[in-house]
Design a protein around this ligand. Structure first.
Ligand code: DX5
Ligand code: ZN
Length: 228
């Protein structure tokens, strides 16, 4: 079944404890957007806040690093309690060696590892890493801000990724077990047409900030994202 990861970026940062409680019984993961003001224009939060989030939820933390030189900061986020750490191919300008080193570091710290790519990046560039990662995060907006519009070309990336996975005898799935890679989509996702299509295409985890935290009924928003 589809998993849902509410993005804490759309929550009230002054009331994180209460904001986490709102999703605790309904969500599958908490998506934490880390931005450094350099890789993306905006600055959000760092490892100390991730540690506080960890203390206030039992949900696994899905940490999305939108930062330069992620390698330098991985250990801090692992220690802060990340379950999954995702970084961008673009953070290393597609340098295969650096990307592989960073994947290995995340694994050595016993975290699940995800790789993300921006809307303009060709999904084929993910191919050399598929065997070594637990998740691919397809960005369906340009990273940097919540509340943007879903980019339609993201749908096609799911189809292409499924083909790449099959070629390597891997399956798409969200159980974080060996032989499986989760397809996560992030940005501009709302219940209705978009979530329905993402469900049908075979995405495994949907990230949503505005659609969940601006909803009148959070439980209902999460369950409609989950069920398409
Ligand atoms: C964008 C972030 C997303 C974003 C999602 O840079 O990675 O996780 O917060 O927020 P919405 O659902 O509002 O687009
Ligand atoms: Zn994100």
């Amino acid at each position: 079944m589809m998993k849902v990861a509410p993005s804490i970026l759309a929550a009230d940062f002054a009331n994180l404890e209460a904001e986490l409680r709102k999703i605790e019984d309904f969500a599958d993961l908490v998506h934490v957007d880390v931005m450094d003001g350099s890789f993306v224009p905006n600055i959000t939060i760092g490892a100390p806040v991730v540690q506080s989030i960890k203390r206030n939820t039992n949900l696994p933390l899905d940490v999305h690093l939108m930062i330069e030189n992620p390698h330098k900061h991985i250990e801090d986020f692992a220690k802060a309690g990340a379950y999954l750490i995702t970084f961008h191919l673009e953070s290393y300008a597609f340098d295969e060696l650096k990307i592989k080193e960073t994947i290995a570091l995340i694994k050595s710290l016993n975290c699940k590892v995800g790789l993300s790519l921006n809307p303009a990046t060709d999904i084929a560039l993910i191919e050399p890493y598929l065997k070594d990662i637990d998740l691919v995060l397809i960005m369906s907006v340009n990273p940097g801000f919540g509340g943007q519009k879903f980019i339609e070309s993201s749908y096609e990336k799911i189809n292409q990724l499924l083909i790449l996975l099959e070629k390597q005898n891997l399956k798409a799935g969200n159980k974080f077990i060996s032989g499986e890679v989760a397809i996560e989509v992030d940005g501009g996702i709302y219940p209705g047409e978009i979530s329905k299509k993402l469900n049908q295409l075979g995405a495994n985890i949907l990230v949503a900030g505005s659609a969940i935290y601006r909803a009148e009924n959070i439980q209902e928003a999460i369950s409609s994202l989950r069920n398409g």
